[in-house]
Write a protein that binds this ligand. Structure first.
Ligand SMILES: *[C@@H]1O[C@H](CO)[C@@H](O)[C@H](O)[C@H]1NC(C)=O
Ligand SMILES: *[C@@H]1O[C@H](CO)[C@@H](O)[C@H](O)[C@H]1NC(C)=O
Ligand SMILES: *[C@@H]1O[C@H](CO)[C@@H](O)[C@H](O)[C@H]1NC(C)=O
Ligand SMILES: *[C@@H]1O[C@H](CO)[C@@H](O)[C@H](O)[C@H]1NC(C)=O
Ligand SMILES: *[C@@H]1O[C@H](CO)[C@@H](O)[C@H](O)[C@H]1NC(C)=O
Ligand SMILES: *[C@@H]1O[C@H](CO)[C@@H](O)[C@H](O)[C@H]1NC(C)=O
Ligand SMILES: *[C@@H]1O[C@H](CO)[C@@H](O)[C@H](O)[C@H]1NC(C)=O
Ligand SMILES: *[C@@H]1O[C@H](CO)[C@@H](O)[C@H](O)[C@H]1NC(C)=O
Length: 577
């Protein structure tokens, strides 16, 4: 996160000391860098390396890009059925063979006929077909077919072909089929919709949708106080999650209290994540906690240019000791070895802190641009739009790289200082950045850093109270990726709108709307929603809406930085595009 100058100086010293067999990534590893760029005066500008670039298209017929994943990142032996999600996209970029054109009119025409098997087994778990160029196809199978539950990942393969038998398409993945736990907690990721599902004793060991919303919380000035009333006050604001910046050895009573009140936490390993004895010791003390929902293995490994192998080694060890919880990594850089650093995470957090920065000139007395400098927010413009832009950028990299998209969290800025950030965000900016983050796919919010100003603590608590509970939670966690709603062109710079379909009732949609500008929009603001019949409820914000001819229309001015969540009923089931 925010590294005091002295730590950076220390990091520089360390990198010089180890220069001979430098473990750092990128170019000129002996120089002080952040996100691969030099930021102090006296060094020449150079290419930091590690950029993710658009792939080069193949010429000719598109390739079939076959990918599959288990629907959930883990299954338990108390469940009967599992599912696979199969994608078979036609792509000019990814895949091994072109999809053959056909004039066939049989029922197999233009379909991939496939089976999914355990590796070394001829007995298929799934035999089915999918249309070429379709995604999100779901297939159910009986979990007992996997054999005995175990703590190790199970390898599965997909083989498929068009009806004439060639070419053959293949994909592999792994899945977890674990013995159930009767106490403690389990978290799994929905690989189709992107949300987290959590169970523990408080949920009667039943998975429920979970939208974590809270803060990284300091040891000094907070957890070190060993005062349960302070934790309770935090939870009473409406925050349901925390990343305590401590470990069991230092704060056992605080972590035990979080278990007691079901305040879910991501366990912090960042201080020692490269020391596998440290990782082991800590995972063993955290893994059976009632409230642990994930591990935070590494904080900005990309910013620090950590060796690629370090987060991988930590991830693999954590999973071998505790396959029941996902591992998160915070990425700070806008374009520095995204594939390498994200690969060691089960979900990704971005910490874009754009408010009050000088985006072009730093405290180091040097310029910031795409190859040089550190202005506190990598390749940012210093506006609230940096937050949705980063989430979109990371998703674009995944598309370019042909990766299955990972769940993403936003880390809001709730601080100022370090000579990078002149001021705290205002409440309006904070809410706008967070609703923009949800509109652009965030499935959780962890803010830097608690304690914060009373006003920002309260502001986060108010939004958390709404989004972490039904009905909003169920849309954002279970409704899949938010779909963009096009807004009339004169407001595209500032007004942002997206919707989610309710996972069980396709006649209900949640619409998120933000005026990301610093002035009210006085012209008519309308958001088109085909088949809308009724405003069920405005669940967040002061914007007044009316429905006119299948358009959501703001009554009067949409104030500067206004945010709104509104549930709308549709005449018919939504026809997903
Ligand atoms: C499909 O039919 C058209 C018209 O007869 C023919 O030109 C084309 O080569 C056929 N394509 C394939 C893949 O057989
Ligand atoms: C595949 O589907 C995508 C998304 O629906 C569409 O944009 C694209 O044109 C399709 N590709 C082909 C070759 O049909
Ligand atoms: C808890 O779960 C068990 C087993 O699934 C069920 O029998 C019981 O009724 C549940 N209790 C509550 C309070 O939901
Ligand atoms: C923290 O508080 C608990 C209960 O109030 C007490 O038992 C424990 O010794 C305290 N721990 C420290 C490190 O002061
Ligand atoms: C690594 O972690 C272990 C266990 O916490 C600790 O005893 C050891 O001192 C650590 N090593 C280093 C080099 O920090
Ligand atoms: C950033 O700092 C430079 C150098 O002090 C200054 O010229 C520029 O106006 C500043 N930009 C902003 C947006 O404050
Ligand atoms: C970035 O800043 C460095 C250092 O001032 C400068 O040498 C370089 O030309 C700049 N690059 C661009 C693209 O402006
Ligand atoms: C609107 O409703 C009609 C049926 O009344 C349905 O056929 C159509 O797909 C719906 N459109 C959308 C975009 O949901």
């Amino acid at each position: 996160m925010i590294w005091p100058q002295v730590w950076r100086a220390w990091a520089v010293a360390a990198s010089i000391a180890t220069a001979v067999h430098s473990q750092q990534t990128g170019n000129n590893p002996d120089w002080p860098r952040w996100c691969g760029k030099v930021y102090e005066a006296g060094y020449p500008n150079f290419d930091p390396g590690g950029q993710t670039l658009p792939p080069v298209p193949v010429t000719g017929a598109p390739l079939l890009h076959v990918q599959f994943q288990p629907r959930y990142s883990l299954y338990l032996d108390s469940e009967k059925y599992g599912e696979f999600v199969v994608n078979a996209e036609l792509s000019q970029f990814h895949g091994t063979s072109p999809w053959p054109a056909t004039n066939s009119t049989t029922k197999w025409a233009n379909r991939l006929i496939f089976s999914i098997n355990l590796v070394f087994s001829d007995d298929p778990l799934v035999q089915a077909t999918v249309l070429a160029n379709s995604t999100g196809n779901v297939f159910r199978f009986e979990l007992s077919r996997l054999g005995k539950p175990s703590l190790s990942p199970i390898k599965v393969s997909l083989y498929g072909a068009p009806e004439n038998g060639t070419p053959v398409f293949q994909a592999t993945t792994t899945m977890l089929y674990l013995p159930d736990k009767k106490s403690g907690s389990v978290t799994r990721i929905d690989n189709l919709k992107g949300g987290l599902w959590f169970k523990n004793s408080a949920s009667n060991q039943t998975f429920e949708p979970f939208l974590p919303y809270g803060f990284y919380a300091s040891h000094d000035g907070f957890l070190r106080n060993n005062n349960t009333a302070e934790i309770q006050a935090y939870a009473d604001l409406g925050l349901n999650a925390m990343v305590p910046l401590t470990i069991y050895k230092d704060s056992p009573d605080m972590l035990a209290y979080m278990d007691k009140i079901n305040l879910r936490f991501m366990y912090n390993l960042r201080e020692g994540y490269k020391n596998l004895s440290y990782v082991r010791e800590n995972v063993l003390s955290a893994r059976d906690a009632e409230s642990v929902f994930a591990y935070w293995s590494s904080d900005e490994p990309d910013g620090w240019q950590d060796p690629f192998t370090a987060p991988h080694a930590a991830h693999d060890l954590i999973k071998s000791l505790d396959p029941y919880h996902p591992v998160a990594i915070t990425l700070n850089c806008q374009n520095y070895y995204f594939a390498e650093y994200s690969a060691a995470a089960d979900f990704i957090m971005e910490d874009v802190y754009p408010i009050g920065i000088n985006a072009t000139w730093s405290k180091w007395g040097t310029e910031c641009n795409i190859t040089h400098g550190d202005c506190g927010c990598d390749n940012c413009e210093g506006t609230i739009q940096d937050v949705p832009d980063r989430l979109d950028t990371l998703a674009t990299y995944e598309k370019w790289l042909g990766l299955w998209p990972k769940t993403k969290f936003h880390n809001p800025q709730s601080f100022h200082g370090q000579d990078y950030w002149l001021r705290d965000p205002t409440v309006g900016e904070e809410h706008a950045m967070n609703v923009l983050a949800f509109n652009h796919g965030a499935r959780g919010v962890i803010s830097w850093v608690w304690p914060t100003s009373g006003i920002l603590g309260k502001a986060h608590g108010e939004l958390a109270t709404v989004v972490t509970k039904p009905p909003v939670r169920d849309f954002i966690v279970g409704g899949g990726n938010p779909e963009r709603i096009e807004v009339p062109v004169q407001w595209t710079e500032v007004v942002d709108a997206a919707y989610w379909v309710h996972p069980e009732d396709q006649r209900r949609v949640l619409v998120g709307v933000v005026n990301g500008g610093y002035v009210g929009v006085t012209e008519r603001v309308e958001v088109e929603l085909v088949n809308a019949t009724k405003i069920e409820k405005v669940v967040w914000g002061d914007v007044k809406w009316k429905l006119e001819a299948e358009k959501l229309v703001v009554e009067g001015t949409m104030p500067a930085l206004a945010t709104s969540f509104v549930i709308v009923n549709l005449r018919a089931g939504w026809a997903p595009t």
